[in-house]
Design a protein around this ligand. Sequence first.
Ligand SMILES: Cc1cc2nc3c(=O)[nH]c(=O)nc-3n(C[C@H](O)[C@H](O)[C@H](O)COP(=O)(O)OP(=O)(O)OC[C@H]3O[C@@H](n4cnc5c(N)ncnc54)[C@H](O)[C@@H]3O)c2cc1C
Length: 500
Amino acid sequence: MIENQVVIIGAGIAGLKAASELYKRGFKSCTILEARDRIGGRLHTVTGYQNRRYDLGASWHHDTLVNGLFLEELNLPEDQRASFVFDDDSMVVFDAEKGRVDQDPEMVLEILLEELVKYSQLHFFEDLSAQDLNYFQMVVKYLYERRGLLTNDQIRFLPQVARFMELWHGIDWKSQSSKCLEIAHQGRNALVLNYDKIVRRIASEIPESWLQLSTEVKEVRNDGKNVLVTIDKGETISCKYVIVTVPQSILAHSLQPEPRVGKIEFIPPLNVNIQDAFKKTHYGALGKVVFEFDDCCWSTERSRILSLGKSSSNLSQRVREARDLSLLVEELDANTKYQFERGDSWNFPLLFVNMVKHTGIPSFVMLMANPLTKYIESMNDKGKIFEFFTPVLENLLKTLGCAEPIVKDFENKLVKSNKKAPILKNIVTTNWTRDDYALGAYSACEPGDDPMDLVLALTENQTSLVRFAGEHTIMDGAGCVYGAWQSGKREADFIADKLA
Ligand SMILES: Cc1cc2nc3c(=O)[nH]c(=O)nc-3n(C[C@H](O)[C@H](O)[C@H](O)COP(=O)(O)OP(=O)(O)OC[C@H]3O[C@@H](n4cnc5c(N)ncnc54)[C@H](O)[C@@H]3O)c2cc1C
């Protein structure tokens, strides 16, 4: 039996921050148990073609007016902090048939999207007992009620523009709660280049001996005086406090009887409040695909390009002719089922980050949401992934002024003759939905969910020796790196004050 003051489960940003705070506050014995063979968790920087670097987990510092981690970084000498660029710019938006639809003075889709989000908010403000709807239903309701004020093109394209929100929440519009739709931005977003520097910096503030990689925690037993933490190698570590930072998706398995990788058995079991709260929370799956080209042969003017899901040209007619909202929702729902065949990348909204604009790297980092993420992450053939996305990719390049067809050269055999031809050298994809220690991206809300319940259930028991941190345990910065970081600090402060 090894004795410690504190055990931290997970070496993501929450766990690392908690450990660094404890060390600063004078703690001498702490162990961080991490199941993977690396630190960082959902912060993961990888290298691709010609050693270009990409973040497959988080990429941005969000809410930079209030983001504690970002503000901490700003106070560091430049060589010690990760570089960043404010890459917010107005988005290019294109549709397969119509071409560009952004900044269109007739359609004003950006303004309509703002109105739609406000419409959804008012729906719940005006009637506090109003039943939550999925976002798809809310969009159809808006179109139905406001159809007299909308043009045919606005009715056709607004729903697909509205699906941009899928790329914030990581779930599709038919699964997304309208009540929890709004993202209240607290300042600009800064693209981090790259997150591994931040992970390494925080890890360097902790004694190396505290960290145990490739060590999965199996059991947490709380006898009221001490906590016994059992790991996969059979060893047990005794401590005064444990901080559990495993993702919400992994914690959810502690409530299920079946054994599985990553699952932690809690003795006594997680309390009733936590069990109830898990019924009102879900988990999204934002995914990324990086398309790496040899050289840039497209416009570098804008950094964000949204490709719309395909829309039906007779949508406005159906909306105008409808006599009953629920029948219209049903009819449109039946007409928009997802398919995953060649070319059906047009079924989904896709956000392309034009890396070359800010970093000079001729690659696009594409963001997608579930159910597409799950589908793509289950494919391990780059050629097939390329085939799936080719129609959208070629249209993207055309929109950015490059009309040449894309040539695939994963084997690096091609001798380039046409300078303007886009040569695709490599594809990198995420694997979060298949990763046993992530099982997706971050917390998300389906209709009827209340994320506050889980936050309260995991944090309000002030006498418990079993503490929780991570992106799903905090409201300010929920789902974000800085929220996870802040929650690690919160728990370290709590324990340091208690044991002082
Ligand atoms: C694709 C994607 C894009 C994102 N984009 C952004 C963004 O741009 N900006 C932003 O702010 N946020 C973003 N996020 C969210 C952000 O990455 C997370 O909120 C944050 O990194 C979570 O940190 P954490 O410490 O709470 O959890 P994690 O980083 O998941 O850390 C938990 C650790 O626990 C370990 N673990 C799990 N089970 C066990 C076990 N049984 N025993 C021991 N260890 C275990 C895991 O291996 C992991 O290392 C994104 C996430 C994804 C996946």
